[in-house]
Design a protein around this ligand. Structure first.
Ligand code: SMO
Length: 760
């Protein structure tokens, strides 16, 4: 089965926000943002007079023009651990335009609106902003030092703190205890399509076309920010070129485009440049972790502690919430008697942190998978053996972990064994020994990571589906779960065909338009199939029962005697296939409204996909260059609906995970200037750096939903990152190296090797 969306995407291409040729946008003016070039400064004046006179300028807007907006919500007083801190309100709230103070390079300060886009670039240069530079808060150390404050009224840069765990007695009974500071570095999501929006205000109604993972959530945010009745807002997400979590809802830049269209009464459009995307779209990860792990010399882990400082950047978007998820998943797939976690969320003068492929769970896996390898090295045991001893055994499910998550089903040890067998683990170790013996310049590394993750963590938020069968025998699906590369059209059409026997080619899938689908949640947290897919399956079953009644009437048979021949898509009398009627005839008989069902599925529960990744790297000990040469994985996401879509998710996820391990890092200098703000300095991964992945099959059905489905969207990044990191460290472990922080660039690996050789 191939993807039904591909012929269009590969021939005429998609229609993204900036490609829209809607007549309503024909006269649209162009938005160019004026962004702060300084990480931390007071704004002492903004002079827009010269810009207003520039060619093509329609308007120049700043915070002073926002007086037609509703007052911000009162201080919620949310600090500490009460309530879910995203976004933080009160002291920490994020304005639309910067007011009085800028807090990161890239923060929007003003907006220039011009007839043509090129005019905006020139006019923006003429906006004169007076800045009084302040000391920048860089990284978690800078935030905790507290010498400069982003929000002086708050009195601290620490927005959330769970308190520190007391040094636990659980470690006292351990033969061996290891501690390590681990940096899970800041990453840029880099979707191929950057952020873009187009807005029009007419007849008391706002339409916003926006590149988003969820049109309905964007509408909800818009209504709140602009003080509008949601009924007077239409949000449309056309084709969306990737999001990775950073396009959940709509952020301040998109809100400003919508507001400005209403404010000046002219349609507007905006598409960011890649440079803006690197600085002003949210970033991900950015945790400093301290792990402590202890156990017996025969490999039993008895106690584990994870302390996190989350750098959430200049404003707390989902960054304030990520360490909660990291803490929840801290214990990983292991049965550990004592687990303790603590976290702080701190503000820094950098781009705000939000969700990025895995959103808090990759950070949990990265921490414990490093810790397990460190523990194994300490007791001199093979790290895969330590994993086998401590993985939750198959007969213990449902299992509540030491960090408080209840895993539904799992075959963790079987998954590990499948990967070890598939990779030829013993032969790999033998090859590694050979290379060590001969002193080969290219040393071999074998890294393993086992994981469990939570998907659809917010399952009770539900998902919607509407299904209509038409009198020409086709069907239309309206889904609250919109695609930005995942392949929903294919999957949703497969579900309809499986249930109703209507051929996939006759199924149209519509998403991302709040006029057509007012209720929906959207695509993130690997939730689509297990929530949106189940909603659609339920709608199809309802339509089927409606169809049965109508067909029975038409064929003058009892409902009990009717059966749906799913291969042919016809209703027939049992044992008398000649007496039959098609979906088209049934729909024509009853009229379209008669063959439609609406489902809002809110009974879903989170699921816990799991797996093991094994990465084989070759490390050049003279240059420090690490190359991934094999990657073998089990990613068990329950029952697989479409193997090609599931494999696609695994491929993309692995590539992004390996990229974090080897290449990517968003770096800031001491003044808070981003120094990796272009794709020349920020190395995203390409096919050249990757081998062909060896994906092994494993399906342990979820028990909490009728499709047996768990999420697959984020698994690849979760397993691949620590497997690759462990692999590179393993390649040089014979030199006495125990840990190297990501990204494992040649410079870092070479420095670690040099240091190890010197200290010998
Ligand atoms: S990081 Mo994802 O879109 O939950």
């Amino acid at each position: 089965m191939v993807r039904t969306e591909d012929p269009r995407l590969l021939t005429v291409g998609g229609t993204y926000v900036d490609d829209l040729r809607e007549p309503e946008l024909a006269q649209a003016a162009r938005v160019t943002f004026v962004r702060s070039p300084i990480a931390h400064a007071l704004i002492t004046g903004i002079d827009v007079s010269a810009a207003r006179e520039a060619p093509g300028v329609v308007a120049v807007l700043t915070a002073a023009d926002l007086d037609d907006l509703p007052p911000p919500p009162p201080d919620s007083g949310l600090t500490g651990t009460e309530g879910l801190p995203f976004p933080l309100g009160g002291h920490w709230s994020e304005p639309l335009f910067a007011v009085d103070r800028v807090r990161f390079v890239g923060e929007p300060v003003a907006m220039v609106i011009t007839d043509d886009r090129y005019q905006g670039e020139d006019a923006a240069e003429l906006v004169s902003v007076d800045y009084e530079q302040l000391p920048a808060v860089v990284g978690v150390a800078g935030a905790l030092a507290g010498e400069s404050l982003l929000f002086p009224p708050a009195g601290s840069n620490v927005a959330v703190s769970t308190g520190t765990p007391a040094d636990s007695a659980a470690f006292d009974g351990c033969d061996a205890v290891v501690e390590q500071v681990i940096v899970n570095q800041r990453l840029a999501p880099v979707p191929l399509e950057g952020r873009a929006a187009a807005a029009r205000w007419a007849d008391g109604k706002l339409t916003l076309w926006v590149s988003t993972q969820n049109a309905q959530i964007a509408r909800f945010i818009l209504a709140g920010a602009l003080g509008l009745d949601p009924a007077n807002i239409r949000v449309v997400a056309p084709d969306v070129g990737g999001g990775f979590g950073a396009k959940i809802g709509v952020d301040r830049d998109g809100l400003l485009v919508a507001w400005a269209a209403k404010h000046i009464g002219r349609a507007l459009r905006w598409a960011e440049t890649r440079s803006e995307n690197m600085l002003a779209m949210t970033h991900g990860r950015a945790q400093r972790q301290v792990v402590k792990i202890g156990g017996t010399r025969d490999g039993r882990i008895l106690a584990y502690r994870l302390e996190i400082v989350q750098d959430t950047g200049a404003y707390s978007r989902m960054g304030g919430f990520l360490p909660f998820l990291t803490s929840l998943m801290a214990a990983g797939p292991y049965d550990i008697a004592h687990v303790e976690t603590a976290y702080q969320v701190v503000m820094t003068n950098a781009t705000p942190i939000s969700a990025y492929r895995g959103a808090g769970r990759p950070e949990a896996t990265a921490a414990i998978e490093r810790a397990v390898d460190l523990f194994a090295a300490e007791i001199g045991m093979d790290a895969t053996e330590v994993r086998r001893i401590n993985l939750v055994p198959a007969d213990k499910f449902p299992y509540t972990s030491g960090s408080g998550a209840t895993y539904d089903t799992g075959e963790y040890v079987a998954g590990l064994d499948k990967v070890l067998t598939g990779a030829g683990y013993a032969e790999l170790r033998a090859e590694q020994a050979r290379r060590r013996e001969t002193g080969d310049v290219l040393q071999l590394g074998i890294g393993v990571a086992s994981y469990v993750e939570i998907t659809a963590a917010d399952a009770d938020g539900g998902e919607t589906a509407r299904l209509v069968v038409h009198d020409d025998g086709t069907a239309t699906v309206y889904t609250g779960s919109s695609a930005h590369g995942q392949g929903h059209h294919t999957a949703w059409a497969m579900l309809v065909q499986a249930e109703l026997g209507i051929d996939m080619s006759k199924v149209t899938v519509i998403h991302g338009d709040t006029d057509l689908i007012p209720m929906g949640v959207g695509t993130y947290a690997s939730r689509s199939l297990q929530l949106g897919g189940v909603a659609l399956q339920k709608a199809a079953i309802e339509v089927k029962e409606l169809g049965r009644k109508v067909a029975a009437e038409m064929l003058e048979a009892s409902e009990a005697d009717l059966e749906l021949d799913v291969d042919r898509g016809v209703w027939q009398v049992r044992g008398d296939p000649a007496t039959s009627t098609t979906w088209a005839q049934v729909a024509a008989h009853v009229g379209e409204a008669g063959l439609a069902a609406d489902v809002n599925y809110t009974d879903g529960k989170p699921t816990f996909p799991f797996g093991t990744h094994l990465a084989v790297t070759e490390v050049d000990t003279e240059t420090g260059k690490a190359r991934l040469i094999r990657h073998v994985t089990v990613d068990d996401a329950g029952t697989v609906l479409s193997p090609v879509l599931a494999e696609g998710q695994r491929h993309g996820g692995i590539a992004q995970g390996v990229a974090q391990a080897l290449l990517e890092e968003m770096v800031y200098d001491a003044e808070g200037n981003p120094v990796t703000g272009t794709l020349v300095d920020y190395a995203i991964i390409t096919a050249t750096e990757l081998p062909s992945f060896e994906l092994l099959a494993s399906e342990t059905p979820a028990t909490v939903n009728p499709l047996g489905a768990k999420g697959i969207g984020e698994a690849g990044t979760i397993g691949a990152t620590p497997a690759t990191q462990n692999s590179v460290i393993d390649a040089v472990s014979h030199l006495g190296i125990r840990h190297i922080d990501m990204p494992l660039t040649p410079a870092r690996v070479w420095a670690a090797i040099s240091e190890a050789r010197e200290s010998r």
